[in-house]
Structure formats: structure tokens, C-alpha cells
Write a protein that binds this ligand. Structure first.
Ligand code: CA
Length: 224
């Protein structure tokens, strides 16, 4: 894990370097927005700890810029500005978390770890086929613009099949994907799920068939 620290106070940089590297992360530290830009271009980071009052400008400008460019880099803002308004401004700019100086070392590490655990926000991705569209971030499926009401598991199954449109998805793959909900699957759970999804798809006006390929798996294809 590679962390970028942007902080102009030498004392704090030193303290954070010790803290973050002892926690087992690699740390790049820079002192200004300019250097931060260069560091972000030079390497890929897993999170950024960002001071707001920097010699060449406001750290929030960097956060806004990152978000405008579609970057999902987790940002922990570290600042002496502790008012509610400041925190709200920070979060509105696109920071993920906010810690007021002076901070406790343990709290900083806990918050950093939490940020690193968070899956990076994914860019909106819209998949389409025929009358169907799937927004993989908002988790919405529409047919001719009309949203389908799917349970999370039905959505997961639909997305898996939809991504492999016209190809068979084997049982094992379906089982593996759906098991990520935390538990193994009952033998007939997939069958029940498929039949429910099939019914919902049949109620749409899209030309879509959820086919059972006996002994192998399932696939979505255009109604002949
Ligand atoms: Ca500063």
C-alpha cells in the first residue's frame, strides 16, 4: 500500500512518516500542491493524507480537481480548521474523511485503514444490449427506460449473465459470484433465483430469454 502525504510542516511530516511506515505502508511525502501533482503523476497511490493550508494553495482545490478528473483516490484531510463548516466544505469537495489537528496517532491510523479497506469508487458503467441497460454502479437495470425491480441477488445474477451476453455462464461461476453474499448456496437456490429472474424478464417488453443449458449453466440471449 502506497500512501501520499501532502503536508508542509516538517515536524508533522516526520511524525507521520514514522507512524505510517511503522504501520507497514510505503509513504511518499511532499510539501506543496505542485509536488503533489508531480507525485500523483509519477506513481499510483492507494490513499492520500492531505493538509489544507499549503504554501501554494488550498488542499481542497486538489481534491476537487481529482474528483473532476474521475479519480477515486481515497483522501483523508488533515487540518487545523476544525469547524463544522470547514468539515462540510471538505467532504463536499470530495474528501473521504477529515481529521482535525492535533490528532491522536491511533485515530489517524484507524481512519487510514478504514479508507484503504473501502473499495475504490467505480466509474459509472452502463452496459446495454437490445432494450436493456445496466448501470453497474447505481445497480439499476432498465428495459426501454423502465427500471426492473430486482433483489440484490437477482441483480447480481442478471449482471453476471448480462456481461456474458450470448454466452453460457457455468453453474460454478454463478455459485462463486453469488456466494460472495456471505454464505454458501443451497443446491436449488440458483434454480429458484433463475426462475424468479426469468419471470421478471418475461414481464418486460425486451426480447430477452434466460436459457438453461442443461448440465452446464445459463445464458441470456435475444429472443429468436
Ligand atoms: Ca499547512
Amino acid at each position: 500500500m502506497r500512501i501520499l502525504l501532502v503536508e508542509d510542516s516538517a515536524r508533522l511530516r516526520e511524525l507521520l512518516r514514522e507512524l505510517v511506515t511503522e504501520a507497514g505502508y510505503h509513504l511518499d511525502d511532499v510539501t506543496s500542491l505542485d509536488e503533489a501533482h508531480a507525485a500523483l503523476r509519477a506513481a499510483s497511490h492507494d490513499a492520500m493524507i492531505l493538509d489544507l493550508g499549503l504554501p501554494d494553495g488550498d488542499g481542497l482545490a486538489l481534491v476537487r480537481e481529482l474528483r473532476r478528473n474521475g479519480s477515486a483516490l481515497p483522501v483523508l484531510v488533515l487540518t487545523a480548521r476544525g469547524s463544522v463548516e470547514d468539515r462540510v466544505a471538505g467532504l463536499n469537495a470530495g474528501a473521504d474523511d477529515y481529521l482535525t489537528k492535533p490528532f491522536h496517532n491511533d485515530e489517524l491510523l484507524a481512519r487510514l485503514r478504514a479508507l484503504l479497506r473501502r473499495p475504490a469508487a467505480v466509474q459509472a458503467e452502463i452496459l446495454t444490449s437490445g432494450a436493456f441497460a445496466l448501470d453497474s454502479v447505481q445497480r439499476i437495470v432498465t428495459c426501454s427506460g423502465v427500471p426492473l425491480t430486482l433483489t440484490p441477488r437477482e441483480h447480481e445474477l442478471f449482471e453476471l449473465l448480462f456481461r456474458q451476453w450470448g454466452q453460457v455462464v457455468v453453474f460454478e461461476r454463478i455459485e462463486n459470484t453469488l456466494s460472495e453474499f456471505g454464505h454458501g448456496l443451497e443446491k436449488n437456490t440458483i434454480e429458484v433465483l433463475v426462475s424468479r429472474l426469468r419471470k421478471k424478464l418475461a414481464q418486460t417488453r425486451g426480447d430477452i430469454d434466460l436459457i438453461t443449458v442443461r448440465g452446464i449453466g445459463y445464458m441470456l440471449k435475444q429472443t429468436p
